[in-house]
Design a protein around this ligand. Sequence first.
Ligand code: NAP
Ligand code: G4F
Length: 345
Amino acid sequence: MKKKALIFGVTGQDGAYLSKLLLKKKYKVHGVKRRSSSLNTQRIDDFYLDPHQKTNFYLHYGDLSDSLSVLKIIEKVKPDEIYNLGAQSHVGVSFDVPEYTSNVTALGTLRILDSIRNLKMEKKVRYYQAGTSEMFGASKPPQSEKTNFYPRSPYAAAKLYSHWITINYREAYNIFACNGILFNHESPLRGETFVTRKIVIALCKILLGSSEKLYLGNLYSKRDWGHAEDYVLAMWKILQKNKPSDYVISSDKQYSVKYFVNLVCKELGIKIVWKGIGIKEKGFWNKKNIISIDRKYFRPTEVESLLGNSKKARKELNWKPKHNIKSLVKDMVNSEIKNLKSSRI
Ligand code: NAP
Ligand code: G4F
């Protein structure tokens, strides 16, 4: 019998890559999508067939803020594995909507775990929680499973609740529940307001002449960036172990936002020249100012430096990323240029 997976957050970047991976592994994949006034299935449209045709991919309407919908979907699907990737996942936005972020990103996790318990599915289901390096926040890098948490945003605090409630339900009710503590991972499917995708889109448009300028916030925060395709494989591997545990997933390399801009410029053949400091720092191309700083992209509290130590995952899961920062940039740039050229036609 085919294994059944249920993915909360199926319409997001990771949801799309994970669905593809699980379909390839011959799972029946069920996804939860929320009602939205405009289409939100673009990332999964290539394998979401008309439900009247034969398919192994099914969508259900639901919402992490609605306990009843969560419970009913789990009861109906009876999954072998649940991946909770659903969240208000933008750190900057979480300062604007802290209560909503906590409801979905923290309590949403509780709603799933408690449904498993209420439905007496503790022995049947394996649960993956999408944890984040943001939980380390201000803790000194490199960060591993042993590093103390120090969240610096409503988003990170909400994820920390999810981290501990996952461990609590594992210990209290014997649920096979695991936390993946994933460092930043990007791809051509990354949301357009996260810094890597924002940079790639803007610079591609500037090169093709359809935009003039890119505004950014803190150029000097450092991140450990990987490719989403590699990271969803780690999620699946975490749930295939004999015992539930928590794992850091990272590239173990760190670069600044400015370095990422420089790499994208290099890939596009844009010779960028930086002048000025602080808020007045600017990037020029052919003497034209194409990058400036806008204070509105600074956060009330910033996470300055994230750098993972993923030794445990590499050893116990036999996991290793295929991509590096250069191949990630290449993939994102090539795909964006293709998108922009085809939308022109
Ligand atoms: P994403 O692209 O923002 O996707 C988030 C998903 O959650 C989307 O499908 C979204 O639906 C859904 N969602 C939002 N609010 C919901 C609600 N109220 N009920 C049900 N679903 C809801 O995020 P991602 O990059 O794929 O990341 C996946 C997960 O990993 C997230 O939990 C994120 O916090 C976490 N994470 C991400 C990274 C990273 O670098 N990407 C690193 C560590 C952890 P819509 O499409 O309708 O908005
Ligand atoms: O791309 P970002 O918005 O990602 P951030 O805040 O690191 O969060 C992402 O990764 C987390 C894992 O560590 C996930 F849990 C979370 O869900 C999300 O996927 O910002 C990266 C850095 C920050 O330091 C930010 O201040 O880039 C800086 N930045 C500079 N200018 C900017 C901008 N970020 C955004 N979004 N937009 C800017 O214009």
